[in-house]
Design a protein around this ligand. Sequence first.
Ligand code: BTN
Length: 164
Amino acid sequence: MAQRTVSLGGMAGLALLGALLSLSPAYSLALDVQRKSQTPAKCNLAGTWVNDLGSKMVIGTTNEDGQFSGSYLTAVSAVTDATIQESPLHGRQHHTNRRAQPTFGLTVSWSFSDSTTVFVGQCFVDEKGEETLETTWLLREEVATHADDWKANRVGKNVFVRVK
Ligand code: BTN
């Protein structure tokens, strides 16, 4: 009987020690460090990006619904003799704050042509924190007649890296 009392007391002591330790700043710091080393860095769409064609895209901050806007300066155009101008973009990131490497979609309504391009992609972040946007795009050109519909679409891929 006496032995049981001592052993219960020992367990209570251990529990108390555990509770005290978990309150200590050193313990919570150690937990923070462990958590950070296990959590991959979050990819952030906001910033300035350049793709493999040399086009520049600027994305603003994403709102609480995942929506963002920005501008796109393409390095190339399907329109002969076009004077390329900066064009507005609008997009939506999936699951804001829930995913480290989120998918997204964005639309560019070209201000110097009648075409529209949509990009879908995913933001990847490597172990050094370097971010890459892997995207697939669909460019819809305005054609003069319904009969020309067959030639109205182009598809391709672009890889963007952060420059700012
Ligand atoms: C047009 O030619 O009518 C508008 C410009 C289209 C540029 C395309 S969109 C997909 C690809 N990626 C770029 O950065 N530019 C081209």
